[in-house]
Design a protein around this ligand. Structure first.
Ligand SMILES: [Mg+2]
Length: 177
């Protein structure tokens, strides 16, 4: 009898920020395209959760794109569990695990509060991180503290996730990570 194949490694984690990548902000005169109507938001979320004025900027097509990626998405956002109440349903995504602020060590000066948290959460496994606030100090911190493969993808907060961003994610996630 052939020896059993070892189980495949788990899919890479994908840490997802909300403000910036999924809810763009800033830009000329602060104007952003709106993809959802207030009415649609109320239909999906119910009246209580629908009050956030920026939810209209969520592009529901992003949900299918994220769901099609070979990864395990995790919210890494100040929205924390609210992301599962207000954002995931509008994207057509199931509730996702949430990276909670205050779970891990404090970030050193210049390093984003999320950086040590998600490195601790990933625990050496491959991960991608999509955020508009990734900087050089974060890249260095991850390089110094995380032995596994990583993709730190900075998104332009005025634009949000683009086709180009999804292409980069696809290629990295489907490559030999
Ligand atoms: Mg952000």
């Amino acid at each position: 009898m052939e020896p059993l194949e070892p189980p495949p490694p788990p899919l890479p984690l994908l840490y997802l920020d909300v403000d910036g990548p999924l809810i763009p902000f800033g830009g000329p005169a602060g104007r952003q395209p709106e993809h959802l109507t207030e009415r649609r938001i109320r239909e999906v979320l119910g009246a209580e959760a629908a009050g956030h004025p920026l939810l209209v900027r969520i592009d529901p097509r992003h949900g299918a794109r994220i769901a099609a990626l070979p990864c395990r998405p995790v919210w890494a956002t100040t929205w924390e569990h609210e992301a599962n109440i207000c954002v995931a349903p509008l994207l057509g995504l199931p509730p996702l695990p949430v990276l909670e602020e205050g779970d891990g060590e404090d970030a050193p000066y210049g390093v984003h509060w999320k950086t040590p948290l998600l490195v601790g959460h990933a625990d050496g496994t491959a991960f991608a991180w999509v955020d508009d606030e990734i900087g050089a100090a974060d890249r260095q911190w991850v390089a110094d503290h995380h032995p596994g493969p990583t993709l730190l993808l900075r998104v332009d907060p005025q634009v949000g996730l683009t086709e180009q961003d999804f292409a980069v994610l696809e290629e990295w996630l489907r490559g030999p990570v």
